[in-house]
Design a protein around this ligand. Sequence first.
Ligand code: AQP
Length: 343
Amino acid sequence: MGKRVLSGVQPTGNLHIGNYLGAIRNWVETQGEYETFFCVVDLHALTVPHDPQLLAVHTRTTAALYLACGIDPQRSTIFVQSHIPAHAELAWLLNCITPLNWLERMIQFKEKAIKQGENVGVGLLDYPVLMAADILLYDTDRVPVGEDQKQHLELTRDIARRFNDQFGETFKIPEPLIRAEGARVMSLQDGTVKMSKSDPSDMSRINLLDDPDTIAKKIKRCKTDAIREITYDPHRPEAMNLLTLYQVLGNKTREEVEKDCSQMRGWGDFKTALTEVVISHLAPIQQKYKEVMKEQGYLEEIIRSGTAKAEAVASHTLARVKQALGLWLKAGHPASWEQFLPT
Ligand code: AQP
C-alpha cells in the first residue's frame, strides 16, 4: 500500500482563495505521489449555527469545486463525511480517551466560542476529536492543511499516541503537509486576521466563484498601507498578504514579483495587476465548475463510488479499534474472545 493522504473542507459557505491555497491546491499536487482521500466534512459544518436548507447544497458545490480545482476522481477517492457512519462512531470512541483539557486549549475553539456566546455547543469543543477520527480512520500518513489547522493535527497525533500507549499499536501517527506560501491567506480588510468563510463581510475574501467585477471591486477596496513602495516586509501584513497572492496565483517567483513591483507607481497599479492575475487564475476553475454542476448524475456517481472505496478502509480500521478497546464485535468477525475469559 502506498502512503496515504486525507484532507477535507467544511461546507460552511463559499470556498475562498484561502481554502484553495492553504488546502485544495496542495491536494492536487499530492495525487501522483500518494493514495489520496478527500472528503467534504459536512458533520463539522454542524458545529456552528447553519441553515438546513443550504447544507446539502453547499456539500454538493464543495464537491464540485474539488473537481473544478483539479481533484481527479480517477486518482483520488472523493466522498461526503456523513455518508460513512464510521467517522461519528470513531469520534465517540476517541472522545472516551481524550482529556477534556486538551480540547479546551484549542485556539479555534476559543475564537469561535467567543462568537457563539452562551449558545456554544458541545460539538464545537469536540470538533478536533471528529477531525482526529477522520484522519485516523484511513491510516493517513500526510494531511495537507493550512497553518490554522496545525494545532488540531498536533492533537490528532497526541490522541493517536495516547490510544496506542493504552490499548496497543492501533493507529498510524499522521504528519501535516503545510506549504510555505499561501498557508495562511489573510482577510482583505485586515492583514492580521485570516481569510474565513464565516467572516460576516464578504468583502474580506475572494470566493472561488466570484465573478470578475466582484473580484475587481473587492481588490480595489481592500486594505493596504500608507507606504508607496510595495515590498515584502513582515512588518507590513497587508503588503505581505497581497504580494503572496500575486506571486502564488500568478505562478511567479519572489524575484519576478519584486521586479514587477519596481516598475509600478503605487498601490493603484499593483491592485490592477493583482486583479488580472486573480481573474485569470480562477477563470478555468469557474468554467469547469459550471460543467460539473450541469452533470449532477456524474457528480453523484463519483461520490457513490468514492464512498464505497472509503467505507471499505474505514470499516476495517473501526473494527481494529473496537477490538483494541475490548468491545464485543458483531457475529462473523474473526477476533477471538475466549482467551480473555476469567479462569
Ligand atoms: N485563510 C486561510 N489560509 C490558508 N488556508 C486556509 N484554510 C482555511 N482558511 C485558510 C484551510 O482550508 C481548509 C479547510 O478549512 P475548513 O473549511 O475545514 O475550516 P476553516 O479552517 O475554519 O476554514 P474557514 O474558511 O475559516 O471556514 P469557517 O469560517 O467555516 O471556519 C483547511 O485545511 C484550512 O487550513
